[in-house]
Design a binder for this molecule. Structure first.
Ligand code: ARG
Ligand code: ZN
Length: 844
């Protein structure tokens, strides 16, 4: 059943107060609700409907009089008075049997909840829609040592606790946690001098992994005050780490719940990348307190209102904490790897969708990351001052409301006077725009002509031109910047911009900082890319020049053409030797485009990608590059050695990242000697995992894998890495075998999303292994999706994205994939989540 944005109607009843009592028991938890309703004056009907799924109804009453609700699709209906009334009900639920990890469930012996988007209806009867906001009071009864809910603690006694959340909130922000937990405690004083208790709850034994998360939280609270003027609004802020969680984390009011992988870390067990991600996710969830909780979404079509904005905010935070250009490059890499992939395939959808079947399928890179790009463009267009004015107005005007993306755009129009009618197309037109550039030089005048086109996507054939902010700078032939960055505003299909008074024909640096989420198409020489890699003053475009040079070389190797290898190697070697340049930047410049990126690049240029050929060409390139750089490696390696004690700082992480790039090259030359030595002496996870990856590449990892396992068998997050790495580094023809072997390992569990993802996510991320010509990879994944679906539909649906690129490949592979998609679809009782995803991927 499809839900449409245009079908929105206001809620028929509003809620003034929610009182909940939980009597906890793994297989029979009782939930007693007392909810004060009042007719909504804006309602268009009088029907009293409450959502509810998988609830055992015990009793219900209205104003104290027992009632028998009518069961209808997705919930119940009751006849109610045409005046305010109190609904009371008791239901029973079975958290221990809840493997979908939505609603109230158990993880590792601990009760926890996940209600976004529509999980609250699995807890009790309720109008489970985000535009119904209410204050909640929650009483929890049980034997658990710690029992938490949203808001401030307002009472406790033997076997019970009580929590009061004064801020009206939608049900999706409800949370409850109970179990054997210990807290790292701290506090924060807000800008107006209010004291806030901070608690980060973990399972006993994990206390040693909480220090960094707590620091990240305090930095986030400070940053939101400094940059957005937003202060925290309860007496306490809590984070809980749970082992079984479908996503990264959840911004429940005052009680954020995190996947252990998104909060727990220590130098011994976590990589620099883990630290970075954790800092960003803690910030993200904290920032939701204003962008998401105080101002929430009217309906789920507005999801990007909170997610796009909050991603933009966490990206800005990370840039301030670390290196802006390195953060930008990483953000763009992931945008291209996930969002462009989505936008250019069967799952393309709008940042504000017009319809959906299962909302859980729309927690996508398009809603999140493209949503953030759209806000970044908006900020570029209205300027920093305009953005600040607009955000102040947004918080002022909409605090306490459930809003739409139109409300958001109206705020910008009102604050800046700018008409955003055309800009709104970024929310409504799907697909990645292509921006073609041609140049013209004539006697001191330089012209750039841009043409934008957006290819058709499923259901959207014709696209209107976007407003595209194109940041451009010009570099003179001697390498000096002759025109500093300016933002060209493109609004038409084709547009020419003129630069006068130039002494010589410049080299353009276009789309600086990746000022718009488009694909830039520009015919240019390898020499010019090398020139920009050496001279561009915009760090993003420096990196981009090296990146496109690497792609050009790889494409030539793949298609059997002459590759400008020497130009690439020389230019890259100079960058690597730049002692004054951030090692992290140099590490990113050294990284070779992924197989998936190359497959899309080839496909876009009209070549059918063959994953085996891409794999072999990449290997060839890596080998010859290692040989070419041979002489400079030892010196670089020692320069990148960190002698101070481990700290997850940008500075140290950059050295380790570049050191790893060097080690990968050395491993190709010494067969793994340096990697083994590093593995033996490494005292932090970044180095030991890096060394282990190199040993796997060298085919010399057996002993190290065993040692690693012995050491870490009791640490689930480290074991996830052990699983993941073996798949990621398997030879293409061994990848499926490796997956099968690992799924038979006693430590494998399909019920734990992290473990399942570590194996199958890695498999899907290994195109040459997954796309084996005989179809074994497709069959294997399909088998497991069919097995997982009845257990956890959300993870199954998400993992089926592995098939989303299938139309890029040759006819044989396509028909093998089609067979598997059809087989999955034919599975009796297939979930709504997976049915929607596989059908959309399969297409008409
Ligand atoms: N709002 C959460 C976040 O972005 C994600 C929740 C996702 N939930 C889901 N059912 N897909 O931080
Ligand atoms: Zn979010």
């Amino acid at each position: 059943q499809t839900i449409y944005l245009t079908d929105y109607t206001p809620p028929t009843y509003l809620v003034d107060q929610v009182d909940l009592t939980f009597r906890l028991s793994p297989n029979a938890t009782r939930v007693i609700s007392r909810i004060a309703f009042r007719p909504n004056p804006d309602a268009v009907s009088k029907r009293f409907f409450l959502h509810g799924e998988e609830l055992t109804h015990i009793s219900s009453s209205i104003d104290g009089t027992p009632v028998t609700p009518r069961e209808v699709e997705g919930g119940i209906e009751v006849d109610v008075p045409d005046a305010p009334f109190v609904w009371e009900a008791e239901v029973e639920i079975a958290p221990a049997a809840n493997t979908a990890l939505e609603g109230l469930y158990m993880s590792n012996g601990m009760y926890c909840t996940q209600c976004e988007a529509e999980g609250f209806r699995k807890i009790t009867w309720y109008p489970d829609r985000p535009d119904v906001m209410a204050p909640f009071k929650v009483r929890i009864e049980g034997d658990e040592p710690v029992m938490l809910s949203n808001g401030n603690p307002t009472g406790s006694g033997d076997g019970w606790t009580e929590w009061t959340d004064p801020w009206p909130k939608p049900a999706y922000l409800f949370a409850l946690v109970a179990g054997d937990l210990v807290a790292r405690e701290d506090s924060f004083t807000t800008m107006s001098g209010k004291h806030v208790d901070l608690k980060l709850w973990v399972r006993p034994g994990d206390e040693g992994k909480t220090a960094f998360g707590m620091e990240a939280l305090k930095k986030s609270m400070k940053w939101d005050e400094d940059v957005y003027g937003r202060e925290y609004d309860l007496d306490i802020f809590q984070i809980v780490a749970v082992s079984d969680f479908n996503m990264g984390a959840m911004e429940n009011k005052g009680l954020n719940i995190f996947n252990t992988s998104a909060v727990l870390c220590s130098p011994e067990t976590s990589t620099d990348a883990n630290f970075e991600r954790i800092e960003a996710i803690i910030a993200h969830e904290y920032f939701h307190n204003w962008t998401g909780n105080r101002i929430t979404c009217r309906d789920w079509f507005q999801l990007s209102l909170k997610e796009g904005l909050t991603v933009f905010r966490d990206q800005s935070f990370s840039a301030d904490m670390r290196s802006p250009s390195v953060c930008r490059i990483s953000d763009v890499l992931s945008l291209r790897g996930r969002q462009f992939r989505e936008d250019n395939g069967p799952l393309a959808h709008q940042v504000q969708p017009d319809s959906f079947v299962e909302i859980n399928n729309f927690y996508t890179s398009t809603i999140y990351e493209k949503g953030a790009e759209v806000i970044r463009m908006l900020k570029t267009l209205v300027g920093d001052e305009g953005y600040k004015k607009a955000l102040d107005l947004y918080f002022d005007r909409h605090d306490g409301q459930a809003c739409t993306i139109d409300d958001w755009l109206t705020v910008f129009q009102d604050a800046t006077g700018r008409d955003l009618g055309q800009f709104k197309r970024w929310y409504k037109q799907e697909g990645t725009p292509r921006l073609r550039v041609s140049e013209n030089w004539n006697d001191g005048t330089y012209q750039l002509t841009f043409t934008q086109t957006t290819p058709p996507t499923p259901g959207q054939e014709v696209k209107e031109p976007f407003v595209i902010p194109i940041a451009v700078g010009l570099i003179g032939p001697n390498g000096d910047e002759v025109v500093a960055t300016q933002v060209l505003e493109m609004t038409e299909g084709t547009q020419t911009f003129t630069f006068d008074g130039l002494a010589a024909k410049p080299v353009p640096s276009i789309l600086r900082g990746f000022s718009a989420p488009v694909i830039l198409e520009r015919e240019t020489s390898a020499q010019e890319r090398a020139f920009l890699l050496a001279n561009d003053t915009d760090e993003f475009n420096r990196w981009e020049a090296g990146r496109s040079l690497a792609k050009e070389v790889l494409t030539a190797l793949i298609t059997g053409k002459d590759a400008p290898q020497a130009i690439y190697f020389d230019a890259l070697a100079s960058v690597l030797r730049e002692d004054h340049t951030d090692p992290d930047f140099r590490a990113l410049a050294l990284a070779i485009p992924s197989a998936d990126d190359m497959a899309q690049t080839l496909f876009d240029s009209g070549v059918t990608p063959d994953p085996d050929v891409i794999h072999d060409a990449t290997e060839t390139l890596k080998q010859s590059r290692a040989e070419y750089f041979q002489d400079m490696l030892p010196r670089l390696m020692s320069e990148m050695t960190v002698t101070e004690p481990f700290a997850p700082t940008h500075e140290q992480a950059g050295k380790r990242a570049l050191g790893h790039g060097i080690l990968q090259m050395l491993t190709r030359l010494d067969g793994g000697k340096a990697a083994q030595a590093l593995f033996d002496r490494a005292d932090n996870m970044t180095l030991s995992l890096g060394a282990l990856a190199c040993l796997l590449n060298a085919g010399k990892a057996d002993a190290a894998l065993a040692t690693f396992r012995d050491k870490w068998q009791d640490d689930a997050l480290v074991m996830d890495k052990w699983f993941m790495l073996q798949v990621a580094h398997a030879d293409p023809d061994k990848a499926a075998e490796t997956v099968t072997r690992l799924t038979q390992d006693p430590a494998f569990s399909m019920k734990n999303p992290n473990r399942f993802r570590s194996v199958f996510g890695a498999f899907a991320g290994h195109p040459a292994g997954f796309h084996q010509k005989d179809g074994s990879g497709y069959r294997l994944l399909a088998d497991w999706l069919i097995k997982l679906d009845p257990i956890n539909p959300q993870i199954t649906a998400r993992m089926s994205g592995a098939f989303e690129t299938w139309k890029r490949y040759d006819g044989d592979r396509q028909s093998l994939i089609a067979d598997q998609l059809d087989r999955i679809l034919a599975t009796p009782g297939l979930s709504r989540d997976t049915t929607e995803m596989i059908s959309r991927i399969r297409g008409a």
